[in-house]
Design a protein around this ligand. Structure first.
Ligand code: 3H9
Length: 693
């Protein structure tokens, strides 16, 4: 059965697309619309056509699952053109979100009416693309080039009232019955006849706009190819005919589509949707309702989590054992709210409502009725076990007991309670209210209900929750150890911190490992390593970081770490003193110093990640390799356009990676570089990590 149906409403034909979940423009949908429009146009009794959608949204774009496969007719640009040339007025009736090709189809229609809470947008940039069905040529004709650039480069949807203001739509449906309002609107449209955007001129624009835009977006589009092509395409709309502009857009679109960046971003899109699918947990798994939360520990992390929960509508009690701690935590929360109001992100009313749901306490008895507790105290097993034993005594049955540990054994923490099935790890990343990643760590006894509840909580907190198994450092920090280890060895072998950092930054990492270490605090890792009993017997292991931490050079917070920070500035300044300290340490440890190429820095750090990722897969810590990619792109600044470390490995070729890992094993020893069996097997059989899913 076709996902597209037509029904007459008097002299108007209503074409309805019904292709759940988001009415993507699959081949069947394109064909269905093409044929329905052709039939209605040929029907002498039909005076107008409405294109609308069933389900939760208008068309959310081209079907991304078809990308990378041979394209099938009818092609979307041809369909949009067919709709526009139709002699019968065509009206798009939009609810939910008209995105990408969906909005482009709506712009091919002669008129657009949208429900009050609908939005329109061109999010292709998020997939490393540009609108490829004339969006870059039609939108500037409606809104002017400056607004069009803003919409297309940001990828952010525009709500109906703003879209009306910018002329991207013609009418907002106020009655709550979109199709009824569209039928009424059709009468006006019949009287006016088809209005074709291709025939409109782009409003006059200062040509300097384009270079100014390039400059403005440069910091946030570092290394990306599609934003520049978007600017070019919109620029063409202002100085070429509509058809020439469309031809240029097509050429640029196909270049983007063929790029590894778009493949990486598309992988990231689907990987983020796949993480929610956990074996054994499905939509029938009961989910506990979470309306109130207690956060234990009022430090930076606890306060950040509390703020995140408050802005998600939960009632929050912040618990700490000192007045000072609670006062500091409460001030942090008030400061975050005030900052949000100042930047226009939060209304004054929402701030007052949020603060009205917030209280502090030093007494466990006061939190006995909360639905969930998130513990964020000092990273020490004995301390955490004490907290969980205390929680076990007071909490109501059915409460979720979560720990924000970043490394410790969840099962051991759970053993302090009589309800290990209710205990889970919720590993937030700093700053907790900003970072999108939430590692959801299941212990051996954690119930499926608690996992499902945690996934729902992640969504509510506007985070991407990745369910991982229990091992030291889970996924993110376990892999970070390998990445950081290679950075540390490279320092001893002669690469300057700023050289390593620049190399990895230019490759696409959000920041280099030494800048990151200084930001996180070198004392943090030092403390964790001192408590570990399973570290390699190797005096070079994290030696530079430990040496600096032992000297009190913790990083930004002490004004000195691997870099210097002058007068409270956050700008890292290379420090000759540190260079000399590292060189002396290399000599003491007998490490030969040499020239190191940028390629070696990338390969050792990134393949270090891949090797540990392969071991994580071997150990069954994640469900699929894409889960690792989601952790690294959302929590550790791995460039999203490279898809994540495992996708990057797949696209580089596992045979090539395996060969390099064997070379590193021969050069640097088996302790760190023994190739995982899984990597060897996949490389030898010509398969990929993604084939394992
Ligand atoms: C484009 O249009 C190119 C054109 O310019 C030119 C072409 C020539 N295709 O996100 P959710 C699936 S590029 C296929 O969890 P939500 C998704 O994988 C496209 N599948 O829901 C998931 O599947 P599953 C431009 C898609 O309510 C399910 O739908 N458009 C597509 O939180 C639910 O998704 C975009 O980039 C798709 N286009 O959010 C829009 N979209 O259930 C991308 C979704 O198997 N989509 N799926 O895991 C979105 O931003 C969000 O999905 C949306 C709904 C806001 C629509």
């Amino acid at each position: 059965m076709s996902p597209v149906t037509s029904a007459p409403h008097g002299a108007v034909t209503v074409i309805t697309v019904d292709n759940p979940p988001v009415n993507a423009l699959s081949q069947a949908v394109r064909e269905g619309i093409a044929s329905a429009v052709a039939i209605a146009e040929a029907d002498d009794t039909c005076e107008a056509i409405i294109i609308t959608c069933a389900g939760r949204t208008f068309i959310a774009g081209a079907d991304i699952k078809e990308f990378g496969k041979p394209p099938l007719e009818p092609y979307l640009p041809d369909l949009v053109s067919q709709v526009e040339t139709c002699e019968t007025p065509v009206i798009a009736a939009i609810h939910g979100t008209a995105l990408g090709g969906g909005f482009e189809l709506a712009m091919g229609c002669h008129y657009r009416i949208a429900a009050k809470n609908a939005a329109v947008g061109l999010p292709e940039v998020n997939l490393g693309l540009l609108p490829g069905a004339s969006g870059t040529q039609r939108l500037p004709r409606l809104t002017g080039a400056a607004k069009a650039l803003d919409v297309i480069l940001s990828g952010r949807p525009v709500n109906a009232s703003a879209a009306l203001e910018y002329s991207a739509i013609d009418k907002v449906s106020e009655s709550g019955d979109l199709v009824a309002d569209a039928l009424t609107f059709a009468k006006e449209c019949i009287a006016l006849g088809p209005r074709r955007i291709r025939e409109l001129a782009v409003p006059e624009v200062d040509p300097a706009l384009f270079d100014e835009t390039r400059k403005k977006i440069a910091p946030r589009t570092r290394g990306l190819i599609s934003p520049e092509k978007i600017v070019q395409a919109v620029e063409w709309s202002t100085r070429a005919s509509f058809d020439e502009g469309c031809a240029k857009e097509r050429e640029l679109f196909l270049e983007c589509m063929a790029s590894s960046q778009s493949a990486g971003l598309r992988h990231a899109f689907f990987a983020e949707r796949a993480v929610g699918k956990v074996p054994g947990v499905d939509r029938n798994t009961p989910v506990r309702e979470l309306n109130s939360v207690a956060i234990i520990g009022a430090g930076t992390m606890g306060a950040g989590i509390a703020y995140n929960c408050l802005t998600s509508g939960m009632a929050v009690t912040l618990l700490d054992n000192s007045d000072d701690g609670l006062e500091r935590g409460a001030n942090t929360i008030r400061g975050l709210y005030a900052g949000g109001v100042e930047r226009g992100k939060i209304s004054e009313d929402d701030m007052q409502a949020g603060l009205g749901r917030f209280e502090t306490s030093q007494n466990y008895a006061n939190i006995s009725g909360v639905d969930i507790v998130i513990e964020a105290v000092f990273e020490n097993m004995a301390v955490k076990k004490d907290v969980f034993a205390a929680l076990d005594k007071v909490l109501k049955p059915g409460a979720v007991l979560a720990t924000n540990t970043s490394t410790l054994n969840i099962d051991e923490i759970a053993s302090a309670t009589r309800r290990p099935e209710d205990v889970i790890g919720l590993h937030f990343f700093s700053p907790a209210h900003i970072m999108r990643l939430l590692e959801i760590v299941r212990g051996k006894d954690t119930s499926k209900e608690i996992i499902a509840t945690s996934l729902t909580l992640a969504k509510r907190l506007r985070k991407v929750g990745v369910v991982v198994g229990n091992c030291f450092g889970f996924v993110g920090n376990r892999m970070l150890y390998s990445y950081g280890r290679e950075n540390q060895f490279l320092l001893l072998e002669g690469a300057a911190p700023e050289y390593i950092d620049k190399t990895l930054y230019d490759w696409g990492m959000a920041m280099g490992p030494n800048v990151m270490g200084d930001l996180a605090g070198l004392d943090v890792g030092h403390k964790v390593r001192r408590e570990r009993t399973d570290l390699p017997d190797d005096p070079r292991f994290y030696r530079v970081a430990d040496m600096l931490a032992e000297m009190g050079r913790y990083g930004q917070k002490t004004g000195k770490g691997t870099y210097r920070y002058e007068d409270g500035s956050r700008k890292p300044v290379p420090d000759a003193e540190v260079g000399a300290l590292i060189a002396a340490e290399s000599e003491r440890l007998g490490v030969q110093r040499r020239e190191i190429s940028g390629d070696e820095i990338i390969e050792r750090c990134i393949y270090g990640l891949v090797v540990e990722g392969a071991r994580i897969l071997e150990d069954g810590i994640v469900t699929r390799s894409g889960d690792i990619d989601v952790v690294w792109t959302n929590g550790y600044g791995f460039p999203r356009h490279r898809g994540g470390p495992m996708h990057y490995a797949d696209t580089t070729g596992l045979d090539k990676i395996y060969e390099k890992v064997c070379e590193f094993e021969a050069r640097f020893g088996s302790m760190y570089w023994e190739p995982p069996v899984l990597l060897k097997e996949l490389a030898e059989s010509g398969r990929k990590f993604s084939d394992l899913a």
